[in-house]
Design a protein around this ligand. Structure first.
Ligand SMILES: Nc1ncnc2c1ncn2[C@@H]1O[C@H](COP(=O)(O)OP(=O)(O)O)[C@@H](O)[C@H]1O
Ligand SMILES: O=P(O)(O)OC[C@H](O)CO
Length: 494
């Protein structure tokens, strides 16, 4: 019999976590550490890779300690990660040559604008499913090679390695023995042809990235390597890796075309399984790899909202009108309607389907009798309206069927939001018992490769709804609310 526990490392934008799952897919213990963000210039965001590494080792050990399990009973480790964030290290020493440049970092906006002006966007879109935006890894990697003294020459001599965070952690966990990534992370770099499932020479040339720095790309569920025994006292197979949003798709068991999940954390990311063909989007959604198992790729459409829970955090830390994020629930309930107040949380521009980095946030419709509760409600409502815009855009590209939208992430705990989302989407919304779906997805991938679970049906069988929200709102009210939202967005885009 296989040992029954799996460790999932979830290396996110603001914290690193490790969750121990049992073979029933139940979380047994969690350890988490937040780490510092570095903002060296306006629009720049960096992470210290040594902080990330130290924290990952700490949470691995803490989680195993808290679970009180024997390391001999750990079948595998899975890794999931903040995507697009770029690390470059020296192959000989394992030392990063620069801090990681985070997905939120806008420093390569000019490079993207130049490539667009040269007419390269259709080529990038056709091969990678992405847009030319600094969000993605390729231009950030080129920036490091250009700006760190001697980096280009070292890369040409084959001395440097590039990786997204999964790849960096895998390299560290295997003491530099394995330099590999998975197709979901590769699909966010602007360098990977998602149809051919290979790094693309033409794109590399346009981005000025030498192939020598690139990792191998392996299936998501794969024996990537063994964890250095010095870390947990035993060599444990690292058997699953996926970017966090794809891991959530997998953890939500969205295995059939049309099934869609939306994760509400700092930002919100909706992914729809679109099956075995990389359908290009007509509405500026991203086409991306959902997962690849046994060499067979399942694709997804993705819509990214940069600010979701971050708007709630701003109510707490900026406006200081709430003490806890969950206060927004009671405030929204307290008022009978939004009283005409809308918030467009374009604090860092607007993501899909607008992709407008210059849009800025606004609260509109204020009158003398507007209250804090209306503003809090407007923040929650904005998350639902943005989801509606994403789902509507996706419907132009693929058929979501009639399956419920599966939600997760910290904000999904808010029942008022769940109901409002269902009302606005005019569709059922389901929240699973386990909202740790990102980590669970990584655990599923690692468990599949090591025989803890036999197939997708076994994973599907572990999924259970905690709550299902059904639409209740009248069509007239919904129409009025959605029209008000779109007017507000038009103002933010001015
Ligand atoms: N009950 C709640 N209602 C509304 N927002 C919430 C609630 N609980 C958490 N949040 C928001 O969700 C976010 C945290 O979710 P999490 O999934 O931990 O995010 P991340 O992984 O991006 O750090 C925070 O921005 C917080 O403001
Ligand atoms: O770390 P998160 O949860 O904010 O997710 C970040 C996304 O992967 C960015 O694309």
């Amino acid at each position: 019999m296989q040992p029954p526990y799996i460790l999932a490392i979830d290396q996110g934008t603001t914290s690193s976590r490790c969750i121990v799952f049992d073979a029933a897919a139940k979380p047994v213990a969690v350890a988490q550490r937040e780490f510092p963000q570095h903002y060296p210039a306006s629009g720049w965001v960096e992470h210290d890779l040594e902080d990330i590494w130290q924290d990952v080792v700490t949470v691995l050990r803490e989680a195993v300690g808290k679970a009180g399990i024997d390391v001999a009973d750990i079948a595998a480790i899975g890794i999931t990660n903040q995507r697009e964030t770029v690390s470059v290290w020296d192959r000989a020493t394992g030392k990063p040559i620069h801090r990681a440049i985070v997905w939120q970092d806008r420093r390569t906006a000019d490079t993207c604008a130049r490539l667009k002006a040269d007419g390269a966007e259709p080529l990038f879109a056709a091969k990678t499913g992405l847009l030319l935006d600094p969000y993605f890894s390729g231009t950030k990697l080129a920036w490091i090679l250009d700006e760190v003294a001697g980096a280009r020459a070292a890369a040409d001599r084959g001395e440097l390695a590039f990786g997204t965070i999964d790849c960096f952690l895998l390299s560290r966990l295997t003491r530099g023995k394995v330099h590999a990534t998975d197709p979901t992370n590769a699909s966010r770099t602007l360098m990977f042809d998602i149809g051919a499932q290979a790094w693309d020479e033409e794109l590399l040339r346009l981005l000025r990235v030498p192939a020598s720095v690139l990792p191998e790309v392996k299936d998501n569920s794969h024996l990537f390597g063994e964890c250095d025994p010095a870390i947990l006292g035993r060599a444990i197979p690292i058997a699953g890796m996926a970017g966090d949003q794809q891991a959530a798709l997998f953890g939500q068991a969205c295995f059939r075309p049309g099934m869609t999940k939306s994760t509400y954390g700092t930002g919100a990311f909706a992914l729809m399984n679109i099956g075995s063909k990389p359908i290009p989007s007509k509405k500026r959604m991203l086409t991306t790899v959902g997962y690849r198992l046994n060499g067979e790729t399942t694709y997804a459409l993705e819509g990214a909202i940069f600010v979701a829970g971050a708007a709630v955090k701003w109510l707490r830390d900026g406006l200081k009108i709430i003490t806890h994020a969950s206060d927004t629930h009671d405030m929204a309930v307290r008022v009978p309607d939004n009283h005409g107040v809308y918030m467009v949380p374009a604090f860092v521009g607007l993501g899909a389907p607008h992709w407008n980095p210059d849009a800025r946030g606004l609260i509109c419709g204020l009158t003398l009798d507007s209250t804090q509760a209306h503003v809090a409600r407007a923040a929650l409502e904005s998350v639902a309206y943005q989801t509606l815009d994403l789902i509507n855009a996706m419907k132009e590209d693929a058929n979501p069927g009639d399956a419920a939208l599966r939600i997760d992430g910290g904000m999904a705990a808010n029942d008022w939001l769940g109901q409002f989302l269902s009302d606005v989407l005019v569709a059922p919304v389901e929240r699973p018992v386990s909202v740790e779906t990102t980590a669970l997805g990584a655990a599923f991938l690692a468990g599949l490769a090591t025989g803890v679970w036999s197939d997708l049906a076994a994973l599907e069988a572990t999924w259970a709804a905690d709550k299902r929200f059904e639409p209740k709102m009248s069509a007239a009210l919904r129409g009025e609310l959605v029209a008000g939202w779109h007017k507000a967005v038009d103002r933010a885009l001015l």
